[in-house]
Design a protein around this ligand. Structure first.
Ligand code: ARG
Length: 572
């Protein structure tokens, strides 16, 4: 059903027969025809023959008459393919009757752990956590839809030395006051107040130090206070997740503390392998090939002399647990780019220790920063870190404004729904539609614009198609006979049949901007179709066929946006 793959498979056979070994036909969408294959150019040198000859011979050997209306060699040796209307019609008809829109579940389903969101207890989530949450959520949705077993791992920062000062501050405040501050999301002032005392007051500092020792020693009272901090923060994070409409739940909190019992055995195993070395006041591993600016090997701190374990030790334990106990073969870490080296070092050690061996792989799904309009890291007006909840509220308020302007007849209750879908959708889409490796500028105007590569544009395109059906009083589309004749239908058909190719591409790369870009092109191509091809005013089979194209477009937009975590109101 995947047209690009069908074409590629056929060409691959012909190329490979010629070259006497496997050849990637490098099939892609083309400006000059529907698809093109560039393989002859690369092969020319290997075979010592002119690329045009190779391309011509391939076309002699390949059987494409059922799929293509025209195939020709062009330029220095490209193969240009024009897809047959008949083939498009058949593919679309199949797609229309398939609830999965022609996208098959994976033939090799994996157990995938997605490590994402991961805010820190008693600390405000910052925009980096927002990016991780949004990208991770899309990864979970897409991989689950393709039939993988996905384990959501919210690697909450819920352990370590800061808890000494946090617990002491909690005691100073009194439990109920502290719980109140935390549960309403006043995490930043709580953390800062603790920090300020820690920095200014030696007696407090000493209390904090002793408290860390008590925490690590399993002191009951201390553990109870620690749990209180964690529980109140989790409650707050869950309200943010709820507001964001992401799939994370309280079952998905696998904080750093979850791995505490595994740290001892992990350390022993590393020691047994001869990987531990004492350096300064800690036992460390030095993975090969990582050096600092001074040329000295870089350590992962495993265990400090005071008995505490490092952030890296926990990540080592987590890898070992995920591959060994959970049976995962794909580990995704959706964490900002500044932690890239940390993860590369952790993976290197895990490989060395035998905790990450084929088929298991670990991938850092890194991302850049969100910038303000001044091109610097996004900050609040006062210069502090942005409160995420405030940001999300503002998105919804702005979207409500927009909805009222756009459609004054919409009842207030509907406005609230649309505002949430559009406001939250706009924030997510702004994030997912840019190459995640890059920084992007947070810009209300642009993300809420009704035209351009934005969520509102796509949501509006979807709602507009739904309104075609409403106006005509048509419920479910049943006629699935689709015939392509007009060039605008042809263009739309090509986009529609490409959905599966795009989704399975993103399954590998987790480059969601490719899915976003696809949906945007689809919506724009639909506009062209709708402008040139009357739908409701057409008659008979043409009308049915065009209605089926409309319906398919709406379904692909809906599903594609769903995979990005964005909802599609039927009316806007
Ligand atoms: N809590 C960390 C932070 O805020 C992110 C954790 C990422 N995941 C991990 N397995 N280390 O930076």
């Amino acid at each position: 059903m995947d047209l690009e793959k069908l074409l590629a498979d056929r060409l691959a056979q012909a190329f490979s027969a010629m070259a006497g070994g496997p050849v990637d036909p490098v099939v892609r969408r083309s400006q000059h025809a529907d698809y093109q294959s560039d393989a002859a150019l690369a092969l020319a040198r290997r075979l010592g023959r002119p690329p045009r000859d190779i391309a011509t011979e391939v076309l002699d050997r390949v059987e494409l008459t059922d799929l293509c209306a025209a195939v020709e060699v062009s330029g220095p040796g490209f193969i240009n393919l024009t897809v047959a209307e008949q083939a498009l019609g058949t593919l679309l008809a199949r797609m229309a009757t398939d609830p999965r829109l022609g996208v098959a579940v994976s033939a090799a389903p994996q157990t995938v752990v997605v490590d994402y969101s991961a805010p820190n207890v008693a600390k405000e989530m910052h925009v980096g956590h927002l990016r991780s949450t949004v990208i991770g959520d899309a990864a979970v949705r897409l991989l689950e839809w393709l039939g993988h077993r996905v384990i959501k791992a919210n690697h909450l920062g819920d352990w370590g030395t800061p808890f000494g000062m946090l617990i002491e501050h909690l005691l100073d405040l009194g439990e109920s006051e502290a719980a109140h501050e935390l549960s309403v999301g006043d995490l930043d002032s709580f953390y800062k107040a603790a920090r300020a005392k820690f920095d200014a007051d030696d007696a407090f500092k000493e209390r904090a130090r002793l408290r860390v020792v008590a925490l690590q020693g399993g002191d009951e009272l201390t553990l109870r206070l620690w749990r209180l901090l964690v529980a109140e923060s989790e409650k707050y994070f869950l309200t943010v997740y709820d507001q964001l409409g992401v799939l994370l739940t309280e079952q998905d909190f696998y904080g750093e503390s979850y791995y505490n019992d595994m740290l001892g055995p992990v350390t022993e195993e590393l020691d047994g392998l001869g990987l531990l070395r004492n350096s300064g006041d800690a036992a460390c591993v030095f993975p090969e090939g990582f050096t600092g600016r001074d040329g000295q090997p870089l350590p992962i701190i495993v265990r400090k002399r005071d008995g505490g374990y490092g952030y890296g030790a926990t990540d080592l334990a987590a890898i070992r647990h995920r591959t060994r106990d959970l049976g995962a073969t794909r580990l995704l870490y959706v964490v900002g780019l500044p932690q890239r080296q940390h993860f590369e070092m952790v993976y290197a050690v895990a490989r060395h220790a035998g905790w990450l061996s084929p088929p298991a792989v670990a991938e850092h799904i890194g991302f850049g920063s969100i910038l303000g309009s001044d091109g610097k890291m996004l900050r609040s007006r006062a210069g502090g870190s942005i409160k995420l909840v405030g940001l999300l509220d503002e998105a919804v308020t702005r979207a409500a404004e927009l909805a009222r302007q756009k459609n004054p007849d919409l009842p207030e209750a509907a406005i609230a729904d649309v505002a949430r879908a559009v406001g939250i959708g706009a924030i997510k889409y702004a994030d997912l539609s840019t190459d995640r490796i890059k920084d992007y500028v947070f810009d209300w105007q642009r993300m809420l614009s009704l035209d351009g590569n934005t969520a509102p544009y796509l949501q509006y395109a979807h709602a507009r198609i739904r309104s075609i059906f409403r106006r005509a009083g048509i419920g479910q589309i049943t006629a699935a006979s689709i015939s392509i004749a007009h060039p605008a239908e042809h263009a739309l058909a090509l986009e529609l049949v490409n959905f599966g190719t795009v989704v399975t591409g993103v399954e590998q790369t987790l480059e969601f901007h490719r899915l976003a870009g696809y949906l945007h092109t689809l919506a724009a191509t639909f506009s062209g179709f709708y402008e040139h091809c009357p739908v409701l005013r057409a008659a008979g089979e043409v009308r049915d066929s065009r209605l089926a194209l409309c319906d398919l477009t709406a379904r692909v937009l809906h599903q594609g946006l769903y995979l990005l975590g964005i909802t599609t109101p039927d009316r806007m």
